[in-house]
Ligand binder design. Structure first.
Ligand SMILES: NC(=O)c1ccc[n+]([C@@H]2O[C@H](COP(=O)([O-])OP(=O)(O)OC[C@H]3O[C@@H](n4cnc5c(N)ncnc54)[C@H](OP(=O)(O)O)[C@@H]3O)[C@@H](O)[C@H]2O)c1
Ligand SMILES: *[C@@H]1O[C@H](CO)[C@@H](O)[C@H](O)[C@H]1NC(C)=O
Ligand SMILES: *[C@@H]1O[C@H](CO)[C@@H](O)[C@H](O)[C@H]1NC(C)=O
Ligand SMILES: *[C@@H]1O[C@H](CO)[C@@H](O)[C@H](O)[C@H]1NC(C)=O
Length: 342
């Protein structure tokens, strides 16, 4: 009953629960399931060796704070090495399993063994199913991370269909695919992807990809939703805005919100599912307090003008792979992942 109500609210594009700015409404998926309109990211970033492994409770406590603050979507991946801590945090929360939407991703080095790989993730999560399983990337690398593996993502997708049939994943989807790759997948799949997870933020609107997914009833999750908002990178500086940008501050003051909250609300009103990451309890709480106000059409338009088609996640060291999804550049930068693979 409550579920039907929230679905109706979501479909009408209206606000979430008026009494609590922290409760995200649910968005229907093309397979009959539904997912929260905002989630919690658990990628801790990189260090000089590649993926930075988490400290003992480094992700676990933030995930607990997120659940306490009202988040009901948790985004993890084999690669982030946070699955175990996500599972422990959920178990400690006492929240019923069916009230939490858990997302994990197939590592690029396990494309040939989808079922076994998901079983490994489930063991680390200590759960019997995930709500959403994503192919992390169209790129594949060898299991020993010694180099590229050339595996057609259409073949990997058969494994994804299998885990859905087995009930190990309630919904299945993709990440870091481009439009033509999704079109090719749609033409050859038995079960359609329900979700695409890609980078979307003020500097990277992804209008073509988002419009195409809308036309195919695929929900788009926005990773790195803050883009360069907090960037302290040396020159060449990434495009504006920063968190103290006068346009953002004006909107934030009008609604008694912070500028990161304005950015997240903008993405939600575009029908996207942002998955902000924070390890700070107060910021975790603030980032979900965005369901008690609404930006005007004019404000939405103003924010859309920050688009510069500028990527943060731009792994050019993969660009010689035949299934590389992004624009290729003349002189690719050095590998960030130093043989650790992804
Ligand atoms: N599918 C993919 O290939 C892929 C790629 C990248 C990311 N992701 C997913 O997307 C999630 C989010 O992306 P992301 O982690 O790259 O970036 P993000 O969520 O856009 O930004 C995270 C950064 O913003 C800071 N921050 C968060 N809230 C803030 C606030 N209210 N005020 C000021 N600073 C704030 C965080 O610092 P503090 O922690 O100090 O607050 C952190 O440094 C990831 O965790 C991961 O789950 C997926
Ligand atoms: C895994 O979950 C079961 C309950 O389903 C619980 O009894 C057990 O303690 C959990 N294991 C770990 C390592 O948390
Ligand atoms: C503004 O927001 C803060 C933080 O959420 C809250 O404590 C305060 O009561 C709000 N002020 C008004 C006038 O709504
Ligand atoms: C999409 O990916 C394919 C590789 O599968 C590549 O050939 C194509 O150029 C990419 N499209 C865009 C717009 O980058």
């Amino acid at each position: 009953m409550l579920c039907v109500l929230t679905l109706l609210l979501a479909a009408a594009g209206s606000l979430g629960d008026d009494t609590d700015g922290g409760v995200a409404f649910r968005i229907p998926l093309n397979d009959g399931n539904a997912m929260p309109a905002l989630g919690f990211g658990t990628f801790l970033g990189l260090d000089e060796n590649g993926m930075r492994p988490p400290g003992e409770h480094e992700a676990e406590y933030p995930v607990r704070w997120a659940l306490e603050a009202g988040y009901r979507l948790l985004d993890t991946a084999v690669t982030y090495q946070t699955e175990g801590q996500v599972g422990r945090a959920w178990r400690a929360s006492g929240i019923p399993r069916e009230h939490v939407f858990v997302v994990t991703k197939l590592s690029t080095s396990e494309s040939r063994n989808v079922v076994a790989s998901l079983r490994g993730s489930l063991a680390r999560l200590n759960m019997s199913y995930v709500d959403l399983y994503l192919i992390h990337s169209t790129i594949s690398i060898k299991p020993d991370h010694s180099g590229f593996d050339i595996i057609d993502y259409l073949d990997t997708w058969r494994g994804m269909e299998e885990v859905k049939r087995l009930g190990l994943a309630r919904s299945i989807g993709i990440s870091n695919f481009n439009v033509s790759q999704i079109q090719r997948l749609m033409a050859h799949c038995e079960i359609k992807p329900s979700v695409l997870q890609v980078e979307v933020n003020l500097n990277l609107a992804q209008n073509k990809l988002v419009d195409y997914c809308k036309s195919q009833d695929i929900v788009v999750m926005a990773f790195s939703p803050f883009g360069s908002l907090f960037s302290r990178d040396p020159p060449p500086r990434p495009p504006a805005p920063r968190a103290n940008d006068p346009i953002l501050v004006g909107m934030a003051n009008k609604y008694n919100k912070t500028t990161p909250q304005i950015v997240l609300r903008y993405l939600v009103q575009r029908g996207l599912v942002p998955i902000p990451k924070s390890l700070n309890r107060l910021r975790i709480q603030q980032n979900i307090q965005i369901f008690d106000f609404q930006l005007t059409d004019e404000e939405m338009h103003t924010l859309s003008e920050f688009n510069r088609d500028y990527r943060i996640f731009f792994p050019t060291f993969w660009q010689d792979h035949p299934y590389y999804p992004f624009e290729r550049v003349d002189r690719p930068g050095p590998s960030l992942f130093k043989g650790q693979g992804y």
